[in-house]
Ligand binder design. Structure first.
Ligand SMILES: [Zn+2]
Length: 143
């Protein structure tokens, strides 16, 4: 992929460079978590990342995974997609796109933002500027 807003790179040797580009000190555990997260475009929960990292032989605690994911989100390396307070996905694709969330399967999938349009933006509350728009279209399986 040549999209500069996408942090995916199959070469794990470059993961350290990517961490440094985002001003993240590449500790061993951060490196392991970044490798799991950035290996391909994907949406993972913290639990899935914990399993993935530890299945590769690392010994990373749940607290470290949560703290590291929060750091990655703050630094802009990955995006957080919050379905509800108990369902949070981490997205390795940071370019602007929208999501379908299937309430029956719990699956999150992407669609391009130009497949959807808004006629106009709402006027913003006083003394605020728009920092982003998140679109999650909730779907159910047709019966
Ligand atoms: Zn996505």
């Amino acid at each position: 992929m040549n999209d500069t807003s996408t942090n995916i790179n199959s070469s794990q040797a470059s993961i350290k460079k990517i961490l440094e580009q985002f001003a993240i000190n590449p500790t061993h555990q951060r490196y392991e978590i970044a490798c799991a997260m950035l290996s391909k475009p994907q949406h993972l929960s913290a639990e899935q990342i914990l399993l993935l990292v530890n299945s590769n032989g690392a010994h990373v605690s749940k607290a470290t995974v949560y703290n590291t994911l929060n750091l990655f989100v703050r630094k802009g390396l990955i995006k957080q997609v919050i379905i509800d307070p108990t369902k949070i996905f981490y997205d390795s694709n940071t370019s602007y796109h929208c999501h379908y969330y299937n309430e029956d399967t719990g699956e999150l999938s992407d669609f391009k933002s130009n497949d959807m349009s808004f006629n106009r933006n709402p006027s913003l509350p006083e003394n605020t500027v728009q920092s982003g728009v998140d679109v999650i279209v909730r779907v159910k399986n047709a019966t």
